[in-house]
Design a protein around this ligand. Structure first.
Ligand SMILES: Cc1cc2nc3c(=O)[nH]c(=O)nc-3n(C[C@H](O)[C@H](O)[C@H](O)COP(=O)(O)OP(=O)(O)OC[C@H]3O[C@@H](n4cnc5c(N)ncnc54)[C@H](O)[C@@H]3O)c2cc1C
Length: 454
């Protein structure tokens, strides 16, 4: 059996076909404006001042609701993806009879555990265009949500330690430039100017030969993005249900009819799987098998020090990356743990390996103390690209496969999935990410640009 046949067979769902297709005649039945809207306090210096004097309390950022017995759209997963879908459905398309279900609290998954790197200097034109749209949405997000998401476009450096990495950097830079992305290969002297503490001499075991420099890249406050989308969605009438676990999905004659939760059943013609690390468990509930394995990804943070690192630095060869937060802490990350697991615990092995690689890049950090480490789950696909859109079960949609790099895609995915639901048609910007590509063998070649780089 060829590799392609094997993938097709592995993906064949219980319905016996691999033909992601739009659901039938749902669009006209989607409720518009059925959710209960509310005025939202506007965050402003004036209101801060006023409430300080009047002792008028700030309203909760989002409200608690009773679980309704039916919604037009049920989004499973209250991370950045699920919340962004709900937000854009409500604000761009007026579809507000929507709920977001999370088995824990919003942002408890990867969205509250990531290292918040945003960039668009990917390798494939499809990837570059997609992530660039997200960067553009992020640039305006604080104003749009009236919530400071602290997007700091401080520049992103991907280091090359050997000739083949340098060649890949050049390739990426060329693809990026063709897509109008600010991205270029720079040499050790320019790198030293940007990051004076980096050892760019020929002494290290892996000397730095050059880097891909991407000025619009940077970091963001991940919790603020999650809370901002939740607040915006709630304002438009979306119901956010925390501590509500989906334990089953009802399917009748090949189409979704609702979900079963630990708090009761909900009927819905559209169910969106936005559960990242848990994505295959949810898809299994409707018999749609996904080419996804789940692996832990760890990160760590140091005690705060004075600002000295004004750029995000990534080394694929050393499997490490770092940035400095506005509070002065150094945030470090690496690649996924080398085995699939649903464990979210840090390991000694990780922090030892991380420390040794960080010190190869910046020996001056040897006296810094690590404050804490943590782990989240990553839904890895074979081509390091997401899976978005229709599935063989009508009304069951997926926004998954976000691996180690999905936080930056929250806004564009939310926008595109909301568009797909409203139009019952796949928007062009996500056409390349359809589930069908694993059946036809049209995989995307993003691996080199996405693995440790986030
Ligand atoms: C350590 C680490 C560093 C990372 N760094 C970056 C980075 O720098 N840049 C970047 O772009 N990406 C990064 N990522 C990846 C990024 O965090 C994820 O891809 C992204 O957050 C996925 O968002 P999401 O909304 O799809 O899923 P999540 O935020 O994981 O949300 C999924 C939600 O689904 C809920 N859920 C699961 N099962 C059920 C169920 N049965 N019923 C109801 N709810 C359920 C979970 O509770 C969870 O809250 C990193 C990830 C980790 C772990």
């Amino acid at each position: 059996m060829s590799g392609r046949d094997r993938i097709s067979r592995a993906l064949t769902p219980v319905t016996g076909r691999l033909s992601g297709k739009p659901y039938k005649s749902i669009r006209n039945t989607l409720g518009k404006g059925t959710g209960e809207k509310r005025g939202q306090a506007r965050y402003s210096a004036f209101d801060l001042f006023r409430r300080g004097f009047t002792k008028d309390p700030w309203p909760p950022v989002w409200r608690e609701h009773e679980l309704s017995s039916s919604y037009d759209v049920v989004v499973v997963g209250g991370g950045v993806h699920g919340l962004a879908i709900a937000y854009y459905l409500a604000h761009r398309h007026g579809i507000t009879n929507v709920c977001v279900l999370d088995k824990s609290y919003v942002g408890s998954g990867g969205s509250g555990r990531n290292t918040a790197i945003i960039r668009s200097n990917y390798l494939t034109p499809d990837g570059v265009r997609f992530y660039d749209r997200s960067v553009k949405l992020y640039e305006n997000l604080s104003a749009e949500l009236n919530f400071n998401v602290m997007f700091s476009q401080r520049g992103h450096l991907t280091l090359a330690h050997n000739d083949s990495s340098l060649r890949t950097m050049r390739w990426r830079a060329e693809v990026n430039k063709l897509e109008n992305i600010d991205s270029e290969v720079i040499g050790p002297e320019e790198i030293k100017k940007l990051v004076p503490y980096l050892d760019v001499s020929s002494e290290p075991r892996y000397p730095i030969l050059g880097a891909l420099y991407h000025p619009p890249g940077g970091i963001i406050r991940h919790d603020a993005v999650v809370w901002g989308y939740a607040r915006g969605a709630d304002t438009a009438g979306v119901h956010i249900h925390q501590n509500t676990e989906v334990v089953g999905i009802n399917v009748s004659s090949g189409r979704v009819t609702g979900v079963r939760t630990n708090r009761g059943d909900i009927s819905a013609p559209i169910v969106v799987n936005a559960t990242a690390g848990w994505a295959s468990l949810i898809s299994n509930m409707v018999g749609v098998r996904m080419p996804i394995t789940t692996s832990p990804l760890q990160a760590a943070v140091t005690e705060p020090v004075k600002p000295f690192l004004n750029t995000v630095v990534v080394s694929g060869s050393l499997h490490v990356y770092m940035s400095q937060t506005d509070r002065g802490e150094l945030v470090f990350g690496a690649s996924v743990d080398p085995f699939p697991s649903y464990s979210m615990r840090g390991s000694l092995d990780f922090i030892e390996g991380l420390a040794s690689h960080v010190l190869e890049l910046m020996p001056a950090l040897s006296k810094m103390r690590v404050l804490r480490q943590w782990a989240g789950l990553c839904d890895m696909t074979p081509d390091y690209s997401p899976i978005m859109g229709f599935t063989p079960v009508e009304g069951f949609l997926v926004d998954v496969g976000w691996g180690t790099y999905g936080f930056k895609a929250g806004p564009v995915s939310g926008e595109a999935m909301a568009q797909l639901i409203a139009d019952n048609k796949t928007p062009q910007i996500i056409e390349a990410f359809a589930l069908e590509r694993f059946g036809t063998g049209e995989l995307l070649g993003e691996k080199g640009a996405a693995s440790v780089g986030h």
